[in-house]
Design a protein around this ligand. Sequence first.
Ligand code: ZN
Length: 208
Amino acid sequence: MSVWALKVVGLGAVALTLIVELVCWLRRRPDTPVKEVLFFPTEVACVEHIITPTSLSPCSCPLRHGIENSFSRLIRHIMSVSSSLDLCVFSFSNTLLSRAVLVLHSRGIAVRVLTDKDYSLITGSQIGFLRKAGICVRYDSVAVHMHHKFAVADGRRLITGSMNWTLTAVQNNKENVLITEEPDLVRPFIQEFQRLWEANDPAQLAIA
Ligand code: ZN
């Protein structure tokens, strides 16, 4: 076989590999990128069936069941995470959101939590429970507050808005949450998370 023939065969193999990769990638991607806006507060309703869908017995809690609202949508987005969740939130005291994150962690999903040092110590904060479960938590401890409220799911879905992950925010406050897979919007949040994650590395802070 001539050199040219070998080159043609080689290029053909490379092209075929790229096509197969492209087809696999397209199959993995949903047809329509997720984009959703949620407003709070919402009425109080049970989301147990979303957090533990494999439970055999029907939920007997006193809350209303079978209600789809902004909170159930938010929980569904969190529970649909398949590989990683980077959470950057000022205040985290909502026990249902905490349970959802703990379920993800128990599934082997890489969860990282970055939070404000002062607010991680308030009564009801879930940060200690997340740490005890083995989730990586880092604290922003500069004098001004780390006031972000965003999460990046699977490196491609952004959940952001005004809402802290607290019960008051969900049930009482007027809040907004935007969910998007628009790469130009998601990318800066990934970079911001990574910047803050590295800036608050305890090992680096100890050296400094
Ligand atoms: Zn229930």
